[in-house]
Ligand binder design. Structure first.
Ligand SMILES: *[C@@H]1O[C@H](CO)[C@@H](O)[C@H](O)[C@H]1NC(C)=O
Ligand SMILES: *[C@@H]1O[C@H](CO)[C@@H](O)[C@H](O)[C@H]1NC(C)=O
Ligand SMILES: *[C@@H]1O[C@H](CO)[C@@H](O)[C@H](O)[C@H]1NC(C)=O
Ligand SMILES: *[C@@H]1O[C@H](CO)[C@@H](O)[C@H](O)[C@H]1NC(C)=O
Ligand SMILES: *[C@@H]1O[C@H](CO)[C@@H](O)[C@H](O)[C@H]1NC(C)=O
Ligand SMILES: *[C@@H]1O[C@H](CO)[C@@H](O)[C@H](O)[C@H]1NC(C)=O
Ligand SMILES: *[C@@H]1O[C@H](CO)[C@@H](O)[C@H](O)[C@H]1NC(C)=O
Ligand SMILES: *[C@@H]1O[C@H](CO)[C@@H](O)[C@H](O)[C@H]1NC(C)=O
Ligand SMILES: *[C@@H]1O[C@H](CO)[C@@H](O)[C@H](O)[C@H]1NC(C)=O
Ligand SMILES: *[C@@H]1O[C@H](CO)[C@@H](O)[C@H](O)[C@H]1NC(C)=O
Ligand SMILES: *[C@@H]1O[C@H](CO)[C@@H](O)[C@H](O)[C@H]1NC(C)=O
Ligand SMILES: *[C@@H]1O[C@H](CO)[C@@H](O)[C@H](O)[C@H]1NC(C)=O
Length: 744
């Protein structure tokens, strides 16, 4: 596509160049049509040589035209006459002379009861002039008129022709103005070829004496009727007598025919170069024409001038360029086009393809070099990032510990997996960045594209990845790998299909009713995951953004803590204190907000809020509430103070009626939400406490395992516990062995 367009551009440029090239055509000199010093017109009517207005200006007497001046009432007008007929038009190229036709007529004189009678003959014998048999007709006009015409060549008595034509009509009704000579009121008939004599006579018996009340006259003539328009006036009056109707005469030179052997003689009339001789139709003479491509007067020396067809005809169709030549023109096609006919150009596929064939490889080469350079530049950038994030160290470590399950993905792989970060594959968007769903080597993954990274952390990134990659806990979303070749590294997690804890709490899933037991299990599993991060990982890992949306649910509804990669590693010395406040409103540890120091107890605080969410199914922040109760945690603490916790609880678990268990969980949450971080329990303790509470839900009869005060609480709720026993006896058997070791 690109290549073809370029080829077109080249063609267009060449075309433009050709257009700009200076034209070599010269303006044609205006050629005179008469001999030098002779007038070429009479009252504006051109009189070209061989015709002339005086004997010295015409070829011979036969061609002399007189320009007579008539003096009508003070105004003098000149009119050209030839053989005493007014000249209307002389055509050199056709060899035609138009003069006014002599009109024969017969008019009935109503006063004298006689006919006014005029009849004409025309004798052109002895000259080469003949009456044009194609354009002239014998025409009769009238309503009671019959006329004869006698023709001859050179008045040869033994060679007369006769013709007759009549016209009759009864009344004016049938006659219309504007028609040509169509047969009603006007009839016409053809004349023979090559005649130079005619005589027109009107038959006196048809003399309008019977129709004189509407028509007095009848007319007959040899004329050219093509441009004749009939008018009823010609019938009712004698107006036609004064009309200038044309008669066409073919004129010829001399009385011989074209003969190449005398072409050099002085009598030869075709004097101009580039002229040619044309035989007369009658065989009595010849006339001259300019050769094709020339125009002017062939009877004058230098009379035939080249026609600049490029100007007068513009014969070359686009994009051809016209060049005038002597006697012709040349259409030149621009590069990439070829002459189809003389005047048209068509695209020359061979040339275009040839050009393309030579240009395309060049373009490919250029493109290829460009791609290689670009790629080199790109890979340089990617390498820089890779270096910057400690990718080499990470890669080395991964290689040294085989079966590690952690992959460093290339930028290309990640782009492919997310369909170039298509917005359709976005799973979620948060303060940290955007999470895309993707597919990497057949496995569905979640790819987190962080918005930014702390400058100070860049070098540590590879190391952090190494630590995070080693985390392997059933309740933690597995980090599968990362991509370092980009400005901000991307993290690749396993994909957890069943949504977040928040979805369940908010009943976003239709028909989802979560029992207290399930809620406790989720809480306990999440707590264990966090405890694992805090204590089992080395060095300890702080989550930094514990919240219900970061607790996912797999297809078995098992809790999975996610997004730990975006949190920081536990700071080992004071200088590594976070400069950036992380976390989510409503979950933020008030102590962390003040000190900007993220600790494991900050996660405990946030987890306390998650427990509240599980208990109340209420939003963490409710802007509709009174000022001191905007945050769920403060609202909860106030309710605890006023012993009105019941009002806050989710109706779904309230009706389950495990108030004692709920109160224990609430107490735990209260501890987690302690303003002083030091007084909060550790995540491990929280997890253990939750596990214990879960056990109470499941095994109420194992009271001996528990402390007396807890036993009391259990006994007070015994009736409810019995119900649970019946409904969940199957799971009790399974879990029995395990629970023995558990206790505070
Ligand atoms: C007619 O002839 C006169 C004198 O020869 C000349 O001045 C004039 O330009 C001519 N007119 C035309 C239309 O050729
Ligand atoms: C015609 O030409 C001749 C000589 O060439 C000259 O004597 C004569 O006066 C000319 N006649 C006219 C009418 O110009
Ligand atoms: C035309 O006629 C008027 C008088 O009617 C006369 O004065 C004039 O000289 C005439 N012109 C010519 C050229 O004969
Ligand atoms: C025109 O003038 C010439 C003389 O110059 C004369 O012989 C001829 O009869 C005139 N023709 C007409 C129609 O007046
Ligand atoms: C009829 O003829 C007479 C005598 O020739 C003439 O005076 C008269 O004008 C003519 N009438 C018509 C209408 O031509
Ligand atoms: C016709 O014209 C020729 C040549 O001009 C002449 O010889 C002949 O007598 C003419 N005939 C008639 C009947 O006028
Ligand atoms: C007259 O016409 C006849 C028949 O076409 C021909 O034989 C004869 O030679 C002609 N006469 C002349 C003088 O042209
Ligand atoms: C034809 O035109 C003439 C005027 O040119 C007019 O007097 C006459 O009545 C018209 N005839 C018809 C049939 O319209
Ligand atoms: C006119 O024609 C009639 C017959 O249609 C005829 O009787 C009469 O003599 C003719 N008149 C003339 C002057 O020819
Ligand atoms: C007929 O009249 C038109 C317009 O006036 C003109 O262009 C054309 O040449 C005429 N045709 C002939 C055969 O005279
Ligand atoms: C042709 O013209 C010449 C003189 O120019 C003359 O002698 C000859 O008789 C003519 N021929 C005919 C057939 O008219
Ligand atoms: C041409 O003219 C020559 C001499 O005048 C003559 O001998 C010859 O027959 C002519 N040719 C033709 C085709 O008329």
């Amino acid at each position: 596509m690109q290549a073809v367009r370029t080829a077109n551009t080249v063609v267009a440029l060449l075309h433009l160049f050709l257009l700009l090239a200076p034209s070599k055509t010269k303006a044609t000199e205006s050629s005179t049509m008469s001999l030098p010093g002779c007038p070429d017109n009479c009252s504006g009517i051109p009189i070209p040589y061989p015709f002339g207005l005086s004997p010295n200006c015409s070829l011979s007497d036969a061609f002399e035209v007189s320009c007579n001046t008539t003096n009508y009432s003070g105004t003098s007008t000149s009119t050209p006459y030839w053989h005493e007929r007014q000249v209307l038009d002389i055509s050199l190229s056709l060899g035609e002379l138009r003069v006014t036709a002599p009109i024969s007529y017969q008019c009935y004189n109503t006063t004298t009861k006689t006919n006014d009678y005029i009849e004409w003959s025309w004798n052109l014998s002895g000259s080469a002039f003949v009456f044009n048999y194609e354009k002239n007709k014998f025409v009769v006009i009238g309503c009671d008129t019959l006329a004869y015409v006698q023709y001859s060549v050179n008045l040869n008595q033994s060679n007369y022709y006769w013709g007759a034509c009549g016209s009759w009509c009864y009344g004016l009704q049938t006659l219309t103005n504007g028609s040509t000579c169509s047969g009603i009121g006007c009839s016409q008939t053809v004349i023979p070829k090559g005649i130079n004599y005619f005589y027109v006579s009107i038959v006196e018996q048809y003399n309008n004496s019977e129709i004189y009340n509407f028509s007095r006259c009848g007319y007959a003539m040899v004329m050219e009727p093509d441009n004749f328009t009939f008018n009823t006036r010609y019938i009712t009056t004698d107006a036609l007598e004064r009309e200038n109707l044309p008669l066409v005469i073919d004129w010829f030179i001399d009385n011989t025919t074209c003969n190449s052997t005398w072409a050099n003689e002085s009598s030869y009339a075709c004097k101009s170069k580039n002229s040619e001789c044309v035989d007369s139709i009658s065989g009595l003479g010849y006339f001259c024409n300019c050769s094709r491509g020339y125009q002017g007067n062939p009877y004058l020396e230098g009379g035939c001038q080249d026609i600049n067809e490029c100007v007068s005809q513009q014969p070359c169709s686009q994009p051809g360029k016209c060049y005038n030549t002597q006697g012709g023109y040349r259409c030149s096609c621009p590069f990439g086009w070829q002459q189809k006919e003389k005047d048209t150009c068509e695209p020359n596929l061979a040339v275009i393809l040839g050009t393309c064939a030579s240009i395309i490889p060049l373009l490919f080469l250029v493109f290829g070099v460009y791609v290689i350079l670009e790629r080199r530049k790109l890979s340089k950038v990617m390498k820089k990032y890779f270096d910057q994030y400690g990718g080499w160290i990470l890669l080395e470590k991964i290689k040294s510990s085989q079966g590690f399950g952690f992959t460093i993905y290339t930028k290309q792989q990640v782009e492919q997996a997310t369909n170039n970060f298509d917005s359709a594959s976005i799973l979620g968007q948060g303060g940290h960045g955007t999470v895309y769903k993707g597919s990497l080597s057949g496995q569905t993954v979640a790819i987190k594209k962080c918005k930014m990274i702390d400058e100070n952390k860049k070098k540590e990134f590879g190391k952090e990845m190494l630590i995070l990659s080693q985390i392997n806990h059933k309740n933690i979303v597995k980090l599968l790998g990362c991509c370092l070749e980009v400005e901000v590294p991307m993290l690749v997690y396993e994909f957890i299909p069943n949504g977040t804890l928040l979805d369940y709490i908010n009943n976003k899933r239709p028909g989802s009713h979560i029992s207290l037991a399930t809620r406790l299990r989720i809480a306990q599993e999440s707590a264990e995951a966090l405890a694992y991060l805090h204590s089992s990982a080395s060095p300890p890992i702080l989550h930094g953004d514990v919240k219900s949306t970061n607790i996912l649910s797999d297809k078995n509804y098992m809790a999975k803590v996610s997004d730990f990669g975006a949190s920081t590693l536990a700071p080992t010395d004071e200088s590594e204190m976070a400069t950036l406040v992380q976390g989510t409103c409503g979950y933020l540890d008030p102590e962390y907000l003040q000190s900007c120091k993220l600790s494991d107890k900050s996660d405990v605080y946030s987890f306390g809020v998650v427990i509240l969410e599980l208990l109340t199914s209420k939003p963490v922040i409710d802007f509709g509430a009174p000022e001191e109760e905007i945050g769920l945690s403060s609202r909860f603490l106030i309710a605890m103070e006023e012993k009105k916790i019941n009002e806050l609880l989710d109706d779904e678990i309230k009706c389950e009626d495990h108030m004692e268990v709920i109160m224990e969980v609430a107490e735990l949450a209260k501890e987690c939400l302690n303003m002083k971080g030091a007084e909060r329990p550790t995540m491990k303790e929280v997890a253990e406490e939750l596990e214990r509470i879960c056990k109470i839900m499941q095994h109420p009869w194992r009271e001996d395992q528990y402390h007396p005060e807890e036993l009391e609480t259990l006994l007070s709720g015994a009736s409810h516990v019995m119900e649970i026993e019946q409904t969940s006896s199957f799971s009790l058997e399974k879990q029995a062995g395990k629970s023995i070791a558990v206790g505070r």
